[in-house]
Design a binder for this molecule. Structure first.
Ligand code: ZN
Length: 304
């Protein structure tokens, strides 16, 4: 019978097709079971979600900064959603000592930034005292001779023509005028920080007072950080100058540079001036720091 014959002859072909379907089903099921496909039918038409941003391979997890034992003040944790800390930035506000109003802008940021006070200015001692009482770390901003002789180091500054004894005496006098400082960084100093003898004399006093040293790196020829390390002094060097271009957009870009460096290598030191604009830009960017996982820390958290 034609029908039966056809059925009989088609039968192996149908069997092959059925087998193929079963095999394909098993393969698909296996792949799906391994996560190759989503059970969600929408995934077939929607783009796959982007993986969460992860830091580069060199970024390291860091624990929260210790609260400065000297300050006795704890700063509030960033509000809102908790962000994992992937890096730390210390911001130093240089050239403080001429204005208490500008210091209030810095205190109002509400984060543990560091204030570097020039010795011998009208409000030097008052600024140091007020910053300390607000829980901020304070360091001496020591004027050192620059290559450009038109930049005066002032009566409390260090020049390369001074003897070791004179240099040590000046540094001690400056430290005595600002009780409670926890360290020293250089103001100007392209000539002074390139002079090994001068830096050894400065750093002897830093070591004798058990202070830390921050190389502001005002010159690529600075040997200050290297000598401090050799002398066993806790030290760190500046990576970013924040406000050489004194304009909101430029300062914001420099803060972002500091964030980028901290995300890559774990930490960064950024130096700006103790002035309203720099403080305000930082305050406006606190959310960006938090979302980037970058914690603002006092300078003592980054010295080694
Ligand atoms: Zn300075």
């Amino acid at each position: 019978m034609p029908t039966r014959r056809r059925a009989a002859t088609l039968s192996p072909a149908l069997l092959a097709v059925a087998t193929a379907i079963v095999v394909a089903g098993l393969v698909l099921g296996f792949v799906a079971g391994r996560g190759g496909f989503s059970n969600d039918p929408l995934s077939a038409v929607l783009p796959a979600p982007k993986p969460a941003a992860v830091p580069g391979p060199s970024a390291r997890r860091v624990s929260p900064a210790p609260v400065s034992p000297r300050s006795g003040t704890t700063f509030p944790r960033p509000s809102g959603r908790a962000h994992e800390t992937v890096g730390r930035v210390a911001v130093i506000f240089d050239d403080a000592g001429s204005s208490l109003e500008e210091l209030e802008e810095i205190i109002a940021i509400g984060r543990p930034v560091t204030v570097a006070v020039l010795p011998g200015l009208r409000f030097s001692a008052a600024v140091a005292e007020r910053a300390k009482s607000a829980g901020l770390e304070v360091i001496l901003h020591l004027p050192l001779e620059a290559d450009d002789s038109s930049q005066d180091v002032g009566p409390a500054g260090i020049t390369v023509s001074m003897s070791d004894g004179e240099i040590e005496e000046r540094v001690r006098a400056a430290l005595t005028s600002l009780p409670g400082v926890i360290g020293v960084n250089n103001h100007m100093g392209s000539k002074g920080t390139a002079d090994e003898r001068v830096m050894r004399a400065v750093l002897r006093v830093v070591r004798e007072r058990n202070l830390l040293f921050v190389d502001s790196v005002t010159s690529s020829r600075s040997v200050a950080g290297q000598i401090a390390r050799e002398m066993g002094i806790r030290t760190v060097s500046r990576q970013v100058f924040l406000d050489n271009e004194d304009e909101t957009g430029a300062i914001r870009a420099q803060f972002r540079r500091a964030i980028g460096i901290a995300r890559r290598r774990g930490d960064a030191v950024a130096i700006g001036h103790a002035q309203r604009l720099t403080a305000q830009v930082l305050q406006q960017m606190l959310g960006e720091f938090d979302r980037s996982g970058i914690q603002l820390v006092p300078i003592s958290a980054l010295t080694q």
